[in-house]
Design a protein around this ligand. Structure first.
Ligand SMILES: [Fe+2]
Ligand SMILES: [Fe+2]
Length: 246
C-alpha cells in the first residue's frame, strides 16, 4: 500500500467506527452556544453504542500516560508554556518557578479556560510541591495587579482583550489581597513575571528541554496520570477521554 492508500484506509476505518458510535458532548462544552436549560438534541442512536472510552477522533494516549504524554497528545502546541518556562530558566529562577511556568496554563491548553489558575493548580496539586500548586492557583489573580518591586505592570494585552475599564470579580481582588501577604507570594509573582504576554511564533522550544525538570518536580504515578487514585485523577481522565458518555 502507498502512503496515500494507507491514509485513505485509516480514514475509512475511522468513519466506519464513528458510524457505529454516539458521541454526546457534555453540557459545559456548548453551554452559552445553546441554552443549558433546553434539552440537547440527541444524535440518532438506533443500533449504535454510546462512547465510553477512547474518542477515535483523538490521538490515542498510551496505557500509562505521563505528563509529557498529555503535553504531546492533548496540550500541543504548548508554545506559551514552553517559552515561559524557558524564560524563567534564562532569568535564573528556581526550579519551582520553572516547573510552575511549565504547567501554569494547562487548563487553557487542554481543559477549561474560566478560572484556569484554579483548575491547573488542582490538576497538578497531588504531584508537585505545594508551593508550585499554590503559585499556579494565584497567578491568575496576580496577573491583574502590578508589583513595581519586580517591575510587573498590568498587561497591556489585558486592556486590549477585556477593555480599559475591566476590573476583575471581587473574589479575584480577595485572592490578590490574600496572596500578597502569603509566604509564597514571590513564587507566584515570579511566575507572572515570566508568564509571557505573547508567545513568539519564531521561537520553537522543545518539551525535551524540560524532561529533567519534570522528572525532579512532578511525581508521575506508576499507574499512569489519571489512572491513579489521586484527588485530581478524574480531571486527567476527562482530558484523556473528554467525550465519554458517563
Ligand atoms: Fe494564566
Ligand atoms: Fe500564561
Amino acid at each position: 500500500m502507498t502512503t496515500l492508500e494507507r491514509a485513505e484506509a485509516a480514514e475509512h476505518a475511522l468513519s466506519q467506527e464513528l458510524d457505529r458510535l454516539v458521541i454526546v458532548k457534555s453540557v459545559i462544552y456548548s453551554s452559552g452556544e445553546s441554552d443549558p436549560r433546553v434539552p440537547m438534541k440527541r444524535p440518532p442512536s438506533a443500533g449504535k453504542r454510546f462512547l465510553m472510552g477512547h474518542d477515535p477522533r483523538l490521538p490515542r494516549m498510551p496505557e500509562r500516560p505521563t505528563l509529557i504524554d498529555f503535553f504531546r497528545y492533548r496540550f500541543a502546541p504548548a508554545n506559551h508554556l514552553l517559552q515561559s518556562a524557558r524564560l524563567a530558566q534564562k532569568n535564573g529562577m528556581s526550579e519551582k518557578v520553572v516547573m510552575a511556568c511549565l504547567v501554569h496554563d494547562i487548563a487553557i491548553a487542554g481543559f477549561i479556560r474560566g478560572d484556569h489558575g484554579y483548575w491547573a493548580a488542582q490538576l497538578v496539586e497531588p504531584y508537585v510541591d505545594p508551593e508550585v500548586a499554590w503559585a499556579i492557583r494565584y497567578h491568575q489573580a496576580l496577573r491583574f495587579f502590578p508589583d513595581e518591586s519586580v517591575g510587573y505592570r498590568y498587561p497591556e494585552l489585558y486592556s486590549t482583550l477585556f477593555g480599559p475599564d475591566y476590573s476583575p470579580e471581587p473574589y479575584i481582588h480577595r485572592a490578590h489581597e490574600y496572596a500578597r501577604r502569603h509566604a509564597w507570594y514571590m513564587t507566584a509573582r515570579l511566575l507572572t513575571v515570566n508568564d509571557l504576554y505573547a508567545f513568539d511564533p519564531g521561537v520553537q522550544v522543545e518539551l525535551d528541554e524540560f524532561t529533567d525538570v519534570i522528572g525532579r518536580n512532578f511525581r508521575q504515578p506508576d499507574e499512569g496520570l489519571g489512572l491513579d487514585d489521586s484527588p485530581s485523577a478524574h480531571m486527567w481522565r476527562t482530558i484523556m477521554w473528554p467525550t465519554r458518555y458517563l
